[in-house]
Design a protein around this ligand. Sequence first.
Ligand SMILES: Cc1ncc(COP(=O)(O)O)c(C=O)c1O
Length: 365
Amino acid sequence: MDEIGCSREEVLSLLAGYRARDVPHERIFSSMCTVPHKIALEVHKYFASTNLGDPGLYPGTAEIERRLISDLGCLLHGKDIGGYATSGGTESNLQAVRIAKKLHPTDKPNIVVPKSAHFSFDKTSDILGVEMRMAPYKEGSFTVDTGKMAELVDKNTIAVACVAGTTEYGVIDDVKSVSSIALENDIWCHVDAAFGGLVIPFMKNPVPFDFEIDGVSSITLDPHKMGMSTIPCGTFLIREPEHLKLLSVDSPYLTMKTSFTLTGTRPGADVAGAYAVLKYLGREGFRDIVSGCLENTRRLVSGMEAFGYKKVLNPVLNLASFYAADIPEGWKVSRTRAGHMRFVMMPHVTRDVVETFLDEVSRLH
Ligand SMILES: Cc1ncc(COP(=O)(O)O)c(C=O)c1O
């Protein structure tokens, strides 16, 4: 750190130099985050100094968090759903397993997750000392084989999890069957809808994946993905809010005397931004955005197929995958663990972006 500070212009110019090295969103197909909605950005600045870790000092912002949780809970067919705004899907998944562990004390706890589970479950398993058992895919699909999942459950299983909108292929597990396993064994059922939670409800004839299904205990849904909030904003939604108390520790010097969240200081700015996007767009606005992303996904697939690229599966959500092949330089496309090319068709991947990309692909052939 320098002894004497710089001028505002110098600081801004220094930082702009670093920012210019970042990949522009128009070239990013590999991310589940996107450019925040303009209203989220506006609101973010206004709430920048709020700290939800000490909600008694910010009752207004804390009310926004309650409304965000309540609106998302309703969207996911819940009634009086509890929860809170997390730092993202990783924290929400970890908190679900923490609760399950408290509810089912056993010497050698295990959780059963699909092969598609996000790597946040590896972290969860490591941090909580819970064995992670992976259930394979159903033959010829990328969704979990629920029969095999049931076989992995034993008396030390504290939870089963499934994914609604998998990270790699954007498919939706059979949540109903997974929840039946949980009900039969009287254990926790967590649905990781970090990505799909703000896509599936806005599709035509959405498959049931949420609190509509009896056995579902908790859901991860990230506004900083398809919710177009500023980063970081996840949510952890829980059917029985009372269960959050299992995570409570004393927080004597704060305005609330107990704390169940994982982090202490928590930003209110992203939460206010996430709520602003929900209010601004409404269900109708989200339906438009989701339908645009799905349309662009179909366009990408048909365009790529025309050049001989083979799709791995028919996209379910706004995520497309192809067997590995060359793509033009300068585009950020990620690979799945099986080596397939993965395109996440976020709102920043507009029709123009898709056409520019396809045009560059055409020049490879
Ligand atoms: C399905 C799913 N769950 C959890 C996560 C982790 O979310 P975060 O990176 O916000 O912690 C991701 C991230 O892509 C995800 O796709």
